[in-house]
Design a protein around this ligand. Structure first.
Ligand SMILES: [Zn+2]
Ligand SMILES: [Zn+2]
Length: 275
């Protein structure tokens, strides 16, 4: 039986989310999705700004996100599995605030993300040219290694995130072979710590036109002994829910995975790939 799960979804409890958790649940039923994990943004360093954060008050948003999931899960029980998660941004920048974020709720699932380097803006806002791109990417992979080694999380989100913007905002061609040593180190740490790697399918529908990470890197993760894969559409509205998830599952299979993973109570559950 085909089982599709989307473990990276934003609701109105993210500054850039457009759909309520109820709308997401209804869309999941319409699309034949078995499980959804709501992973609203928690940019941990922003906690210090409270209501003054341009992203909104992270603690209030995540508290509400978890409340929404807890109140709707019983109603959808038997039709849809609904899990409470968060997308924890920059967990290594201010560890004290990261710990505070982790204490907000008993999460089912924590995704770790790096959207910006320390004291820098989101990769989305950077202008890329020959003089800065290599250095930024090297620093990005370095920070991901630190995150993989030291953060408390379940799955590492959208590895190669900056490439999406390098591709959208410049004509530069990035040769990932240059970073394969750094990426291997990240994979080895994930494997050693029993952490998952996310296949983020949002890139399939952007100019970059591949998953983040792409097929070569997912295959590499498997070759090195990777066990856990999670699949996320990174939808910010119910229309995009589960977009690309089926392609993501196929990609995982091609790369040698017979199972993908969903997390409940921060523990991996293996879901057999149906073909
Ligand atoms: Zn993200
Ligand atoms: Zn996201």
């Amino acid at each position: 039986m085909k089982v599709l799960c989307d473990t990276h979804v934003h609701s109105v409890n993210s500054f850039d989310g457009e759909s309520t958790v109820r709308e997401i649940c209804n869309a999941a039923l319409e699309k034949g999705i078995s499980a959804v994990t709501i992973t609203d943004h928690m940019e941990a360093p922003e906690i210090r700004l409270g209501d003054r954060s341009v992203y909104g008050n992270a603690v209030k948003q995540i508290t509400q996100s978890v409340k929404d999931v807890e109140s709707l899960a019983p109603e959808f029980d038997g039709r849809l599995r609904l899990f409470k998660g968060m997308e924890l941004g920059e967990p290594m920048h201010m560890p004290k605030l990261t710990r505070k974020a982790m204490e907000i709720a008993d999460f089912d699932f924590v995704l770790a993300s790096v959207h910006n380097l320390k004291d820098m803006e989101d990769f989305y806002y950077i202008e890329y040219d020959k003089s800065n791109t290599d250095k930024l990417l090297a620093m990005y992979f370095e920070e991901l290694l630190d995150t993989a080694e030291n953060a408390d999380f379940d799955s590492l989100a959208h590895l190669t995130y900056p490439l999406r913007y390098v591709c959208e905002k410049s004509d530069l061609k990035v040769d990932l072979d240059k970073y394969i040593g750094a990426i291997d180190s990240i994979f080895k740490v994930l494997i050693k710590r029993d952490k998952a790697l996310e296949i983020n399918t949002s890139g399939l529908f952007k100019k970059i036109a591949v998953t983040m990470p792409d097929i070569n890197l997912v295959r590499r993760f498997r070759e090195l002994g990777g066990k856990y894969i999670t699949l996320g559409s990174d939808a910010h509205n119910c229309k995009d829910l589960a977009q690309g998830i089926e392609q993501g599952v196929e990609l995982a299979k091609v790369c040698g995975f017979d199972y993908f993973t969903v997390f409940k109570n921060r523990k991996p559950e293996m879901v057999e790939i149906w073909f």
